[in-house]
Ligand binder design. Structure first.
Ligand SMILES: NC(=O)c1ccc[n+]([C@@H]2O[C@H](COP(=O)([O-])OP(=O)(O)OC[C@H]3O[C@@H](n4cnc5c(N)ncnc54)[C@H](OP(=O)(O)O)[C@@H]3O)[C@@H](O)[C@H]2O)c1
Length: 164
């Protein structure tokens, strides 16, 4: 069963600012890509990421939140750490952040794919980052360019990395 990281970051690997995405809702093509990838699967996220999406489960996916306390939200599973979250997963599984959860996932050999959206811009006031990839461990296997258009404020690449 697939186990993958899904992340979007800027040129400095920034993923967050003030509890939200630095680019806000300005990349609908990336949100559509995220939905298509993760639909029907398990999504695993940290408690702050869960709060950032409105403390509601993402629809059409089984949601698992990593936290030291239960969320108290119906239809959301809680796990104390990534290992326990993976043990609860029943479907193709997507690790969707934030930074500590990504760090743990990069150190977990069974998570062997990264679906990254690499945004061609720098957000100077970001406060949350994706770790730098160790390219002795990961290799790029595909890259698709998406230009700026009427709906999407920045150009970006959809990139897939596989664990070697
Ligand atoms: N660009 C992207 O792709 C992307 C993706 C996801 C999030 N984000 C952004 O990133 C920010 C949120 O990320 P974040 O890094 O601040 O927080 P986070 O990882 O989402 O949540 C941190 C919380 O998760 C729990 N947790 C995480 N790892 C744990 C571990 N190993 N053991 C126990 N508990 C653990 C703890 O919850 P408790 O304190 O409840 O115990 C911790 O306080 C937001 O700005 C969000 O918009 C961006």
């Amino acid at each position: 069963m697939e186990k993958a990281i899904v992340v979007a970051y800027d040129k400095n690997r920034a993923i967050g600012r003030n509890g939200d995405l630095p680019w806000g809702r300005s990349l609908p093509a990336d949100l559509a890509h995220f939905k298509k990838l993760t639909k029907g699967g398990n999504v695993i996220m940290g408690r702050k990421t869960f709060e950032s999406i409105g403390s509601r489960p993402l629809p059409e996916r089984e949601n698992i939140v990593i936290s030291s306390r239960p969320t108290g939200v119906k239809k959301v599973l809680t796990a104390m750490n990534l290992r326990s979250a993976l043990a609860l997963s029943r479907y193709p599984t997507f690790i969707i952040g934030g930074s500590q959860v990504y760090k743990d996932a990069l150190d977990t050999p069974e998570i062997d794919t990264i679906y990254a959206t690499e945004i061609d811009v720098e957000f100077p006031d970001a406060d949350t980052f994706f770790p730098k990839l160790d390219m002795t461990v990961w290799e790029e296997v595909s890259r698709t360019y998406h230009p700026t258009d009427d709906d999407n404020a920045y150009a970006f690449d959809f990139v897939t990395y596989k664990r070697k």
